[in-house]
Write a protein that binds this ligand. Structure first.
Ligand code: ADP
Ligand code: MG
Length: 898
């Protein structure tokens, strides 16, 4: 195909030089795609395909106008393609083309929404993983590392937290299919294989030092080789794709430090922090509480939710601002109005660094910088705000430098600059002397032309005379046919029209040349000056980022205040101890759409573990999630949905949902459920909050109970974390009697008149009902079956043995012994005896409550024998309770018929 030659040949040559999947090549006013690329692009973006012939072959071709490339590029990249962009330059021998950049999901600079866009690199280390994350649109750069037996889980948590758009797996990871599969499963990112060389420790360290300085790198504590490798690989990748933002990546942040609350990936998903379990943004906690005015504010709020804080000092600082903003309604609205008019300074920094910011962007930046003194004045002018932590937040950026940069931009750029930097009109008068001179001469020449018609009319006494300009004729003097006789001799005729003649004169031609020359000079000089100005701004990337973050913080705090006021949220008391005392708490999301019944919750060192029981749909899951969410909200500095709350700071929130809600979505297998439980039991500490929602549901009853039972003991005795455990295993409520710090609560329901009315009220103590059977009753299952299952259940609980019973009080044929896990035919006395104590116990059980035992002489009819055989065959550990119930019912029917 390389014999195509011409434009198509050039396309193939460039394509061969890049690892991008799609190439957009500039040809004059269009970016063109050829061959397979044309077809891909046409398919994805609904473009028309035409044919381009070249050297006797024909190639599919699709194109977009140069000015429209951005939206197409963005759409392709968002669909996961790597797109190379080749620009055309004028050169002495015509056009030259070269690849300017490769745009990938993690390096797309054109992003305008509120989402962060992280590029991640992951490297395997001796005992875990090193990670780095960069957002090229804002210049953020984080490194971290995870280790230990659950390193893979922690890795997943980190990735889940940042939701990267693109991941660069290190060389060692590429063969770890199992891990990669797990990552791909949970993270919606493109996985890109960057050169192995970029991950080499020496090279990577060199790059990191070059980018951030050796001292910074060391003071941030990035000694971890894996983290350095990952960071180095990212820098190399960003550099190689040509996005040109390295200069805006100024600050290296390291985390994993003890400041943040551990929220594993599962918990973030279960608590629906930024999206619901179904993957929708609306209905998430973020969407519910978000009243930010800016996209930077929205990004920060999301970040806070994903990384709650442990430091009471920092949280109190935030609370103080929220409280003041909540109280000062009018000032708060004014703050939000001001912020609303600003632009995204973090992104401006990146665009200035990459050379993509235009004059409008810089102008908007200047206006946003001006918000800092305005906000400061507003805060100082309001007693409440002035006495809060807001002044200290606003002090973070260097105000003098801000006003200097703002002043410079303001003096330079006109109020409403054009959208292109190549056609002049960007600068104010007085900014540059040389430019002013050019503009002056330009305007004088224009003015000369503008007034030419008047002069000519007067001098030559011609009334129908105009001076104008068009593309083909340039400037001309036009005279109506009635007066063409009067034109003076120096008028040189250039065109005849129907009713008039066009002329030119030497002076006009001269001015025209002058104007063209001056225009060109002006455009060139303005462009040059603008590029200088933009570089000056790029140098201040860090300052812009600091101001951007400060404004974002004010925005986020005002948003929290707005939500608190509108929903009557209260400031929680933060405590160092392990108390959790919530009075009239509500679920922050559910309360928006439901007449919510508030509930109390009390946990403390003497009452550390609550077993929550109650009917299906009564509100167990909601009650527990609300406890987690209130704790989390308190630890971002927010007010909380409760009348009063005392929150002991937690170091981690862990949730595991084994509930049917999860199973129904096909997300949970028993294996995943157990992996997650294992992670909790490994990671939680005495300062953590653990939420277990129907853990053990994914397996047969006795398996489930045993696991739930043992996990409860372990959490209570060894981990000693604050724990809420909702369970349908009524058996677990007995644990409260044996374990000191375990207490039972239940969600009450009123069941008079055979109807369940959910009261949504949480009360002390356990329920005494079996709700599964109750539901069966409500569903119209025949009364004998319901009664009998109640009976069976009672036996199961008390005797741990169940006898299969014949119809109409017939004698018992067999007894299933739960301890031995086998059926025992009463007829076979010797076997029964050899079963030992367990068998004896169950025989006693049947003896004191059940019907008479059969004698050896009793003959078993054939039909009954069949039932017995299937009784013997059924594996009770592998059969869900409902199925078991149905099977028992079928046996009864068969026995009835025989
Ligand atoms: P469970 O986990 O016990 O099956 P859920 O917590 O899933 O029950 O709650 C079932 C439904 O009841 C939810 O859809 C929720 O909207 C509603 N609900 C739960 N708690 C309350 C409450 N305190 N006030 C009002 N509605 C509630
Ligand atoms: Mg539930």
């Amino acid at each position: 195909m390389t014999d195509a030659g011409g434009i198509v040949g050039e396309f193939f040559d460039l394509k061969a030089d890049t690892d991008a999947e799609i190439l957009a090549m500039q040809v004059g006013d269009f970016y063109e795609f050829f061959d397979e690329d044309a077809e891909t692009v046409a398919d994805e973006l609904d473009l028309k395909v035409s044919q381009k012939s070249s050297h006797g072959s024909s190639y599919p071709m699709a194109g977009v106008p140069v000015a429209d490339l951005t939206p197409y590029l963005t759409a392709l990249v968002e669909r996961g393609y790597r797109v190379a962009v080749a620009d055309q330059h004028e050169s002495t021998d015509g056009h030259a083309r070269s690849i300017a950049r490769v745009v990938t999901p993690g390096t797309l600079l054109e992003r305008t929404d509120a989402q962060a866009q992280y590029l991640a690199a992951v490297v395997a280390t001796a005992d875990g993983y090193g990670l780095a994350f960069a957002d090229v649109t804002t210049g953020r750069f984080h490194v971290s590392s995870v280790s230990g037996t659950d390193a893979a889980d922690r890795l997943l948590t980190e990735l889940y937290r940042f939701q990267p758009a693109e991941v660069l797996p290190g060389p060692d990871l590429r063969t770890d299919e199992e891990l990669l599969d797990r990552l791909r499963d949970r993270i919606d990112a493109k996985f890109t294989l960057h050169t192995t060389e970029a991950f080499a420790p020496g090279k990577a360290r060199h790059r990191v030092h070059e980018q951030f300085g050796k001292e910074t790198t060391e003071s941030v504590g990035v000694e971890e080789e894996g983290a350095v490798q990952a960071a180095g690989a990212i820098i190399s990748y960003v550099d190689q794709t040509g996005v040109g933002v390295l200069a805006s990546m100024t600050r290296l942040q390291s985390h994993g430090a003890g400041d943040h609350v551990e929220l594993d990936a599962t918990t973030q998903r279960n608590l629906e922090l930024t999206e619901t379990m179904q993957g929708d943004r609306s209905g998430s906690l973020l969407a519910t509480i978000d009243h930010t005015a800016t996209s930077a504010g929205r990004r920060l709020l999301a970040e806070w939710l994903q990384r709650p804080h442990q430091s009471i000092e920092e949280l109190t600082r935030r609370q103080s601002a929220v409280e003041a903003l909540a109280a000062a309604a009018i000032a708060r609205e004014r703050v939000q109005e001001l912020l609303d008019g600003g632009s995204d300074l973090e992104r401006l920094a990146s665009r200035a660094a990459s050379g993509t910011a235009d004059a409008r962007t810089l102008r908007a930046g200047a206006e946003t910088l001006a918000l800092l003194p305005e906000l400061t004045a507003l805060v100082e002018g309001n007693d409440r705000l002035a006495n809060s932590s807001l002044p200290s937040i606003l002090e973070k950026p260097d105000h003098d430098r801000v006003s200097e940069l703002q002043g410079e931009l303001d003096e330079a750029l006109v109020e409403e600059p054009p959208g292109t930097i190549s056609e002049g009109g960007l600068f104010k008068k007085g900014y540059d002397e040389e430019l002013d001179e050019i503009i002056e001469s330009h305007e004088a020449a224009l003015n000369w032309i503008e007034t030419l018609d008047d002069r000519e009319k007067r001098t030559h006494g011609i009334t129908h005379l105009t001076v104008d300009r068009n593309r083909t004729d340039g400037y001309y003097i036009q005279v109506g046919n009635s007066e063409t006789d009067e034109v003076p001799e120096e008028y040189e005729q250039i065109k005849s029209l129907k009713n008039s003649e066009r002329y030119t004169i030497p002076e006009l031609e001269e001015r025209e040349r002058e104007i063209l020359r001056l225009e060109e000079q002006r455009h060139e000089l303005e462009r040059e000056l603008f590029e200088q100005l933009r570089e000056q701004v790029a140098v201040e990337a860090e300052l812009l980022q600091t101001v951007g973050r400060t404004l974002a913080e004010i925005d986020t705090l005002a948003s929290l205040a707005t939500h608190a006021v509108r929903n009557d949220w209260k400031r929680p008391e933060l405590r160092e101890d392990r108390k959790l005392d919530i009075e009239a708490g509500r679920h922050p999301v559910v309360e928006q759409t439901t007449e919510f019944v508030p509930n109390d919750l009390r946990l403390d060192p003497e009452r550390q573990f609550l077993i929550v029981t109650g009917p299906n749909m009564s509100g167990k899951s909601t009650y527990m999630r609300q406890a987690a969410l209130i704790t989390l909200l308190a630890q971002i500095g927010s007010f909380v949905p409760a009348r009063r709350a005392e929150i002991g700071i937690v170091d981690g929130i862990y949730t595991r949902v084994g509930a049917l809600d999860e199973l129904a979505q096909g997300r949970s297998t028993f294996m995943v459920e157990m992996q997650e439980l294992s992670n909790i039991l490994h990671s939680a500490t005495e300062d953590s909050l653990v939420i277990l929602d129907e853990v053990g549901r994914g397996t047969a009853t006795y398996d489930g109970i045993s696991i739930a039972w043992a996990a409860t003991e372990y959490l209570h005795n060894t981990v000693t974390a604050k724990t809420l455990f909702a369970t349908h295993y009524h058996e677990l409520t007995a644990l409260a009697e044996h374990l000191d710090r375990v207490a039972n609560v239940h969600v009450a329901a009123d069941e008079s008149d055979g109807e369940v009315t959910f009261l949504r009220t949480v009360r002390e103590g356990a329920t005494d009902r079996s709700y599964g059977i109750h539901v069966a009753d409500l569903a119209g299952v025949p009364e004998p079956v319901v009664d009998r299952s109640q009976d069976v259940l009672g036996r199961l609980r008390e005797e741990k043995a169940i006898e299969a019973r014949g119809g109409g009080g017939e004698p018992v044929q067999a007894v299933f012994d739960l301890q031995s896990g086998e059926f025992r035919q009463e007829a076979d006395e010797t076997t029964a005896d050899s079963q030992g104590t367990a068998a004896e116990k169950s025989r006693e059980a049947t003896a004191d409550g059940g019907p008479e035992e059969p004698t050896q002489e009793d003959r078993i009819p054939e039909e009954k024998q069949a039932v017995l055989e299937s009784v013997a065959e059924i594996d009770i550990n592998e059969t869900p309770p409902v199925e078991l119930l149905a099977t028992v019912q079928r046996w009864q029917e068969q026995l009835d018929e025989s």
